[in-house]
Design a protein around this ligand. Structure first.
Ligand code: FES
Length: 141
């Protein structure tokens, strides 16, 4: 029998249904809530396509069990960055500079990593993020 759990996603209280508490957070976000900013790439915590922020820390939602996320924790993803119709400065910079990567994996991952400051990532991850972020964005990484 399916259970439900409250989450705080992009500033809203939402309820998700699950059968297995070990279900990845990514599945709840995409399949239950219909939020497609985080993507399924490798499913192994390596590619970063599924990155979301939990209390300001970037995490790989494909390897984060739903059971480990508390209702009071704030989950933010691409859909939650804009303030109404005003895009986050990095989102606007991507549009202004036509800084399109593949659009499937790279853009969500790059924005998530950059906005999170890469504070949880290894220097190798930061190096990768820097490579994905064109200098034309004018960002100091
Ligand atoms: S899908 Fe690749 S890290 Fe999550």
């Amino acid at each position: 029998m399916a259970k439900s759990k409250l989450l705080n996603v992009n500033g809203k209280r939402v309820s998700v249904k699950y059968d297995d508490p070990q279900m990845p957070l990514l599945y709840a976000l995409r399949d239950d809530l219909g939020l497609h900013g985080p993507r399924f790439g490798c499913g192994l915590g390596q590619c970063g396509a599924c990155t979301v922020h939990i209390d300001g820390v970037a995490v790989r939602s494909c390897i984060t069990p739903l059971a480990t996320v508390e209702p009071k924790q704030k989950i933010v993803m691409l859909e939650g960055l804009a303030k109404g119709t005003k895009l986050h400065p990095l989102q606007q910079a991507f549009i202004d500079e036509q800084a399109v990567q593949c659009g499937y994996l790279c853009v969500p991952k790059t924005l998530s990593v950059l906005i999170g400051g890469g504070n949880h990532l290894t220097s190798a991850h930061n190096d990768r993020a820097a490579m994905l972020c064109p200098k034309r964005l004018g960002l100091a990484i």
